[in-house]
Write a protein that binds this ligand. Structure first.
Ligand code: ASP
Length: 342
């Protein structure tokens, strides 16, 4: 045999083996802890360890349930509880502050088997907003409830209610003060007041930490959820993409589960999560390409952020156009992958 032919044959064998091993890896959960200007030079090893440890803990909490045969909804809720309870993340305890010094929380969840969904927005007393979202999905005839009504409903169905002060953390409060200061400096410098209003969230570095998760259970059903405090210095009543089904969260067993993080206004305008699913359903794209295209689109509009996606075959995508995104995934064999930077 000619050496050239032999080389070509070997190359084919090698590439086939490579793609087979790539296909063999089947993930059952993927999560994020927010995207933003997360730079290695601004991190201490201890802080890095705290983030990776928390993400692993969250993954394992959900993974355990999947292994026991529980539903992907249970896994998503359990994983998000871990992150909501951890003040490192911008969800529940550790949520960012609105301009007037409040914590207004948003969350949503969706089940790929039935396309049922639930969401809460602007809530200030529900300890685990992701469970508020799930209760709206399972125990009401609605998809979304906001503010005082959502809080009353959560109380009636027996969810844990806390005083709004529970969500207070000093670093997030300090971040608000920095953001307010930067905004007033900007207002002085900027002669076009309208234009400055178009950049509502200064000091975006202080805002990251939204959490989200997608899981695939043993019966092949997907679930996706997202929980956040929104963006530092947001106006009263502002709602981002996280509780909006189709924008921040989407899930369909026939395609993919998606949870987004980033500058919510852009994710709402591009209906990002549902568009990833649509690109897969109607254009036949794979999860990787569909997800990347939507993050590119966000970038073209001037927004930033990322998403995590897990498709019906256990394939994942975690694209982002920020410096970093806290992210992690686990295979069906329990192999954990965690990453922060590009
Ligand atoms: N997307 C969230 C929002 O706009 C914030 C984030 O993900 O960091 O409310």
């Amino acid at each position: 045999m000619y050496p050239k032919k032999l080389m070509a044959m070997l190359a084919v064998i090698f590439l086939t083996a490579l793609s087979l091993s790539a296909q063999e890896k089947r993930y059952v959960m993927v999560l994020h802890g927010g995207a933003g200007t997360i730079l290695k030079q601004n991190m201490t090893p201890e802080r890095e360890e705290a983030y990776t440890g928390a993400m692993k803990e969250a993954l394992l909490a959900g993974y355990k349930l999947i292994k026991e045969g529980k539903s992907s909804l249970d896994a998503v809720e359990a994983a998000i509880w871990v992150l909501e309870d951890n003040p490192l993340f911008n969800a529940s305890k550790g949520a960012v502050f609105t301009h007037d010094g409040r914590n207004e929380l948003d969350a949503s969840i969706m089940y790929g088997k039935t396309l049922e969904a639930g969401a809460v927005a602007g809530v200030t007393t529900i300890k685990h907003p992701i469970s508020g979202a799930r209760a709206v999905m399972e125990k009401s005839e609605h998809v979304m409830m906001v503010g005082a009504g959502a809080e009353l409903f959560a109380k009636e169905v027996g969810l844990e209610i806390v005083d709004p002060s529970y969500f207070y953390t000093q670093p997030r409060y300090d971040a608000l003060q920095r953001a307010i200061k930067q905004d007033s400096i900007k207002a002085v410098l900027d002669h076009d007041a309208k234009q400055s209003n178009r950049v509502p969230f200064q000091n975006r570095d202080d805002k990251f930490g939204t959490v989200g998760c997608v899981a695939l259970d043993q019966e092949g059903h997907l679930a996706a959820g997202t929980s956040t405090g929104g963006m530092t210095n947001k106006k009263y009543g502002r709602v981002g993409d996280s509780p909006i089904i189709g924008a921040g969260t989407y899930c369909d067993d026939r395609t993919v589960g998606v949870s987004c993080t980033g500058w919510g206004e852009f994710f709402i305008r591009s209906v990002v999560a549902k568009s990833v699913s649509d690109l897969m359903e109607y254009k036949g794209l794979g999860v990787e390409e569909a997800s990347r295209l939507m993050i590119e689109k966000i970038g073209q509009l001037g927004g930033d952020g990322g998403l995590v996606a897990l498709d019906r075959n256990g394939q994942i995508a975690m694209p982002f156009n920020t410096a970093g995104m806290y992210r992690a995934a686990i295979t069906e064999d329990g192999e954990v992958e965690v990453a922060i930077y590009k």
